[in-house]
Design a protein around this ligand. Structure first.
Ligand code: PMP
Length: 345
């Protein structure tokens, strides 16, 4: 056997062990230590930022585990073969659902707002989903994407509205899978976990992981990372902001504020600056909410000081935003003056 055939023989088995379809490749994402980013953010040498790289999921985001679990739940409740699924999404749940629906043979109708990037809408269509785009209006407006999704599901005979905003499956899947993955990986890598930092969109990721950590690692501080403009960290008034996927104008049903030990508010500029730093310093192409999480994680690590171990989540791939904050012209147009120049220095 030559060196290269020996290599092939060795790698074939773990690849096959992952399973038959793309859905078998969901989860068990790596927990990466971001040393260069931590030093650039002024985190002490011995403190560590660990990031759960959810963009390694085949659908490119933290929503893959959820999408599969939501469809399996709908199947258990009688979703017929070839049936229609409807969902309201800021894009990533839709992409994960479209991937799973393709493999399982369901039709998918997705409702998203105009805030959602063109890249995500194109991915949805590429995966075979039918996409409805609604104006970016507050909750309560009949044109809000969740209201439109609910109406659409009622109009299509036999259609099932998955409703990630209310489904108990959403928090449960992260409590059963993502939480244990993070804690196990952090303990193997660093022997302890002092803080966990995460934002809230539907709140499923936060609620699931935070509940698990409360139970299994009660000394871990739970930190909410919230965009400036969102009301979840206690701001009195909502103001639109650019980061996609986290924060809101009202408290989502799955978000339990009693799980929060402290909140860190992050501006659009800091969020995108950290996402750009992740690309330049760590080779990681991640989205704006990953930047919010990293900015908040760095603040917590600086405050906790030497030896601290802080974990967070990188919810999605930055390939969703190449025409947005990765584009210097887009940043200039949106008031993020000279952001790219600042990061390049
Ligand atoms: N980041 C991005 C980019 C997202 O799309 C979402 C989902 N809305 C989140 C973070 C937050 O995840 P969750 O819905 O579980 O709170």
């Amino acid at each position: 056997m030559t060196e290269s055939t020996r290599y092939a023989a060795e790698i074939v088995e773990p690849v096959e062990a992952r399973g038959e379809t793309v859905l078998d490749c969901i989860g068990w994402t790596p927990l990466l230590e971001l040393k260069r980013l931590a030093r650039a953010a002024g985190v002490p040498e011995s403190a560590r930022i660990l990031a759960k790289a959810e963009h390694f999921n085949p659908g490119g985001s933290v929503k893959d585990r959820l999408a599969l679990a939501l469809i399996e739940d709908a199947e258990a409740r009688g979703l017929p073969a070839g049936g229609t699924i409807v969902e309201a999404t800021s894009g990533n749940t839709g992409i994960s659902l479209a991937m799973a629906a393709a493999v399982k043979g369901y039709r998918l109708q997705v409702v998203a707002s105009t805030k959602v990037s063109q890249e995500k809408l194109r991915l949805l269509r590429a995966l075979g989903a039918e996409v409805h785009v609604t104006p970016n209006v507050p909750h309560g407006d009949p044109r809000h994407y969740t209201a439109v999704a609910k109406r659409l599901a009622a109009e299509i005979p036999g259609a099932v509205y998955l409703d990630q905003f209310h489904s108990p499956v959403n928090a449960r899947i992260h409590e059963e899978r993502t939480g244990p993955e993070i804690l196990g990986q952090a303990l193997r890598a660093a022997g302890r976990l002092d803080a966990f930092v995460c934002g809230v969109g539907t709140g499923g990721t936060f609620a699931g992981i935070a509940s698990y950590l409360r139970r299994e690692s009660p000394d871990t501080r739970i930190v909410l990372a919230d965009p400036e403009g969102s009301v979840l960290a206690g701001a009195p008034d909502f103001r639109p902001y650019l980061v996609e996927g986290i924060g809101d104008d009202s408290t989502p049903p799955l978000f339990d504020p009693s799980l929060v030990d402290e909140s860190v508010t992050v501006s659009d500029r800091e969020s995108f600056r950290f996402a750009l730093l992740a690309a330049r310093l760590e080779g990681l192409i991640v989205g704006g909410s990953s930047g919010s999480h990293l900015a908040a994680a760095a603040e917590v690590a600086r405050r906790l000081g030497p030896g601290a171990v802080v974990a967070t989540v990188l919810p999605d791939t930055g390939r969703n935003y190449l025409t947005k904050f990765f584009d210097p012209a887009w940043c200039q147009e949106h008031g993020l003056t000279d952001l790219h120049r600042e990061v390049a220095r």
